[in-house]
Design a protein around this ligand. Structure first.
Ligand SMILES: *Cc1c(COP(=O)(O)O)cnc(C)c1O
Length: 483
């Protein structure tokens, strides 16, 4: 039977008094319809159809459940976004109330709405002092599209029409729109769709394990930053508009730069008058134990992209915090800025974000990650480095990554890596799933970005689960003769 002919009631059949969430789900029927009609992001649809999607039906705290009733500890916070954890009734209440009051109105027609204004003011309150203005979008990618147009407009308005080049980094992730994917440094993305768009160039990433052999992390950090200066001189300083980077690269595999990197990047940007853009989509809203990752690294960006943690993913929302240097020019000299989205300042999304930030403040989650649970996660997670499969394990606030290696050595640069074609990361990820743990694989790096609400006991559970699943991976690899 073609899945199209399945009546909806055959898939989810709630009885009169059951909510849909409680109703039993026919996993197979959902998987068949999924394979027949739903093209997933960043997915090989044919391969997925052959084994079927895992159907996620519920979330509570740091856990999610699939349609077979299996509970998983969500070490990835959904997709780096569920900072306050699942099942926050006060956010659903705020969303419901706003939907009844005013579900939508635009901000194009010289009109505004109360949650958008309140959220803009709240974001200014919690961000560093140079930020006094906010531009809203529906996602992080749209935020970075906004960045491209804003920095080019900034230079145009001051008579520097040639100053349009933006420098980013290989293996950066800045979203998946044309501009976002161009700013990003993922070769697999550039290959599809004729990217990058003109005027975007890339330098190497500050990944010590990849490029730091024979150097201290501090030496390597300075070297990686010097690539920016080289690129500026190569392009011509009068052509470079901005540098953009994630404080800690997320999707690239939780690449934590050496401590010397960001201050040197700041110095170089200042030297050439180049705008510094921090993509805070992951690092913002407490993930590194500060409201923004830039504060952790002590840099002073001119613009910051945000999304994900701003609303803990309850409703899509993104945007750009615009520093005074840029805002003053745009506002004083700019006239119309011909850019914006239907959902810029969406009242329901802004209401969700306001309640989310209220929770983060009330529960002191930023301080908790910086002073208590972050250091605790560091101690526990970094101890995984004694596992026979783990070459190195590192954390920064509430992001963490470990490297799977075939053979360990005292110095990480002497470890024997796995052949990348074996996809050992994916094998490990499957063992994590089976063991009830969501951990993401990026090549042979296994990464987490857990909800900021985790307690010590939950961190213990997380690290124990990871260790058990690493053991299962080791046993499996040994059986397959891969180790
Ligand atoms: C997720 C992400 C984006 C893109 O955000 P979307 O909401 O998926 O468009 C941009 N930058 C970084 C650093 C991200 O992690």
């Amino acid at each position: 039977m073609h899945p199209n002919t399945l009546a909806p009631m055959a898939i989810v059949a709630p009885t009169a008094r059951q909510s849909v969430a409680q109703a039993p789900v026919n996993t197979r029927a959902i998987q068949d319809l999924d394979a027949a009609h739903y093209l997933h992001p960043f997915t090989d649809s044919k391969a997925l159809a052959s084994h079927g999607s895992r159907v996620i039906v519920k979330g509570e705290g740091i856990y999610i459940w699939d349609s077979e009733g299996k509970r998983l500890l969500d070490g990835m916070s959904g997709l780096w976004c569920m900072n306050v954890g699942y099942g926050r009734k006060s956010i659903s209440d705020a969303v419901y109330a706003q939907m009844q009051q005013l579900p939508f109105y635009n901000s194009f027609f010289q009109t505004t709405n109360v949650p958008a204004v309140q959220l803009a003011a709240k974001l200014v309150e919690i961000s560093p002092p140079q930020f006094n203005h906010v531009f809203f979008t529906g996602s992080g990618s749209e935020g970075n599209d906004t960045i491209v147009r804003m920095v080019r407009r900034y230079w145009d308005l001051q008579g520097y029409q040639g100053r349009h080049v933006i420098i980013s980094r290989h293996n950066a992730y800045h979203g998946s729109t044309m501009a976002g994917a161009s700013l990003g440094g993922m070769s697999g993305m550039h290959e599809q769709g004729g990217l990058p768009i003109p005027g975007i160039v890339h330098i190497g990433q500050p990944y010590y394990l990849e490029g730091g052999k024979g150097k201290t992390p501090e030496e390597f950090g300075l070297e990686a930053a010097s690539w920016l200066e080289q690129k500026i001189l190569e392009v011509g300083a009068d052509k470079v508009a901005a540098f953009i980077g994630e404080p800690v690269q997320g999707a690239g595999g939780v690449i934590i730069p050496p401590s010397t990197y960001w201050p040197e990047i700041q110095r170089i940007c200042d030297k050439y008058g180049i705008l510094l853009v921090a993509d805070e989509v992951i690092c913002g809203f407490g993930r590194l134990g500060h409201w923004f990752g830039s504060e952790y690294f002590g840099i002073k960006p001119d613009l910051m992209t945000f999304a994900k943690g701003v609303s803990s993913g309850y409703v899509p929302l993104g945007g750009v915090l615009v520093g005074d240097r840029v805002a003053d020019v745009l506002i004083e000299k700019g006239g119309d800025f011909n850019h914006g989205f239907t959902y810029s300042g969406h009242p329901v999304a802004c209401a969700a974000a306001l309640e989310n930030i209220r929770i983060i403040q009330e529960e002191k989650l930023v301080d908790q990650v910086r002073e208590d649970t972050g250091p605790y996660l560091k101690q526990k997670f970094e101890a995984l480095a004694d596992h026979p499969l783990v070459g190195a394990a590192e954390t920064c606030g509430f992001v963490a990554g470990l490297v799977l290696v075939q053979k360990k050595a005292a110095n990480i640069h002497d470890c024997v890596p796995f052949d990348s074609t074996l996809d050992v990361g994916m094998i490990c990820r499957d063992h994590m799933f089976n063991g009830g743990m969501i951990m993401r694989a990026v090549g042979n790096r296994m990464i987490i970005a857990p909800p900021l609400v985790m307690t010590h006991a939950e961190i213990d559970e997380l690290v124990t689960l990871i260790r058990v699943c690493l053991d299962a991976t080791l046993a499996d690899l040994t059986k397959r003769g891969l180790i």
